[in-house]
Design a protein around this ligand. Sequence first.
Ligand code: C2E
Ligand code: C2E
Ligand code: C2E
Length: 89
Amino acid sequence: PSPLGPTPKLVIDLERLAALPKEKAGALARYAATIQSQRGDYNGKVLSIRQEDLRSLAVIYDKSPSELTEELISWGVLDAEARRAVETF
Ligand code: C2E
Ligand code: C2E
Ligand code: C2E
């Protein structure tokens, strides 16, 4: 096991996401809304997503998963811990 503990989760900050311009965050916002609807999970300030979903989003944004992760950290949508979740890809 890692000395830093278990692999951290990818946790999207939904309030931050909603505050970003649509040109940047529209695709991610639609993706997150779809997951919320599939789960029936509408009340959260945050949404934990699958590692597999970050791979799909990277394809949508035409970036590598680590490039997309850096961008989402810079927007404040993911926290810096998310880097460790993507290292295991
Ligand atoms: P599914 O993939 O067949 O999963 C059925 C149920 O198994 C989920 O119901 C959930 O209770 C559980 N489950 C599956 N994988 C995980 C996991 O990694 N962590 C946790 N905590 N539970 C898991 P739920 O939540 O009602 O979701 C219903 C369906 O909605 C899922 O069926 C899937 O098709 C879709 N879905 C929900 N959340 C996500 C997501 O984050 N990403 C993707 N790609 N699909 C999702
Ligand atoms: P955690 O996964 O570290 O989540 C901590 C808190 O973040 C949760 O507290 C919840 O307030 C929020 N949160 C994280 N991801 C989501 C999300 O996708 N949707 C929403 N609405 N909120 C989210 P909470 O609910 O008191 O849960 C405490 C802990 O209990 C969680 O820690 C997790 O370890 C476990 N847990 C709760 N619900 C589930 C679940 O459906 N599946 C699994 N596998 N664990 C769960
Ligand atoms: P988690 O529930 O703590 O699950 C951590 C990891 O355990 C998941 O990482 C996945 O690799 C595995 N896992 C947990 N439950 C299942 C399951 O029912 N089927 C399978 N095949 N694997 C499972 P992953 O996929 O990266 O998901 C990260 C987090 O995203 C989950 O943490 C959970 O908070 C959330 N999540 C993912 N899928 C679903 C879903 O379908 N429904 C709900 N409610 N939450 C989900």
